[in-house]
Design a protein around this ligand. Structure first.
Ligand SMILES: CC(C)(COP(=O)(O)OP(=O)(O)OC[C@H]1O[C@@H](n2cnc3c(N)ncnc32)[C@H](O)[C@@H]1OP(=O)(O)O)[C@@H](O)C(=O)NCCC(=O)NCCSC(=O)c1cc(O)c2ccccc2c1O
Length: 149
């Protein structure tokens, strides 16, 4: 059984629109930050060195290839949003993170981001690579299994 990673974010004034509700673009920032929080909790980051990097092979990084979000109810300035993060798919080169936003237990929004493991070398386009075993092992506890329903 997987465990979702849980974090919270307060809706700041700059996250809201003229109607005083949380702007859709802020949900994407919250998703990105929640993904980074999950990685940090495991001693990982979206920009890391590894053995290959130490020998001049660039850094491991995770450009996004897909993002979506469905918005169910509005959030407002000062609301504290609960965010549950789990991994809906851990492929050879990519990880899809699923986000459930809630306000006082009510579903606020659900979203997903897919990030691809890439080697980044300055001046060159990103090159996708297999997720290294040491990185994959730390993501595995968050992968949603069929038994999680
Ligand atoms: C990323 C690419 C170089 C990948 O190209 P490639 O040709 O190597 O891709 P493949 O077809 O082989 O697929 C690899 C892998 O990705 C999965 N995949 C590809 N497309 C999709 C998709 N649309 N939806 C879901 N999954 C997809 C595919 O299934 C494979 O996974 P497996 O697990 O099955 O092996 C190339 O696509 C590229 O360069 N794209 C452009 C990326 C980009 O510019 N994105 C927008 C901005 S990036 C960004 O916002 C960003 C945010 C951050 O917070 C960052 C933090 C730190 C570092 C970087 C960040 C960052 O870039």
């Amino acid at each position: 059984m997987s465990l979702p990673f849980c974090t919270t974010r307060r809706v700041e004034f700059s996250d809201t629109d003229a109607a005083g509700i949380m702007h859709f673009s802020a949900f994407f920032r919250f998703m990105e930050q929640a993904e980074h929080d999950l990685l940090r909790s495991q001693g990982l980051s979206v920009v890391m060195q590894d053995e290959v990097a130490k020998s001049g092979g660039g850094k491991l990084s995770w450009p996004r290839v897909h993002a979506h979000c469905d918005f169910r109810i509005p959030a407002h300035y000062e609301d504290v949003v609960e965010i549950e993060v789990s991994i809906s798919r851990l492929g050879e080169k990519s990880a899809s993170y699923q986000f459930r936003f809630a306000l006082a237990g009510r579903e606020l929004a659900v979203g997903e981001i897919t990030s691809v493991c890439c080697r980044m070398i300055a001046g060159q386009p990103p090159q996708s690579v297999a997720i290294p075993d040491w990185f994959r092992a730390k993501l595995l506890p968050f992968v949603v299994s069929a038994a999680d329903g």
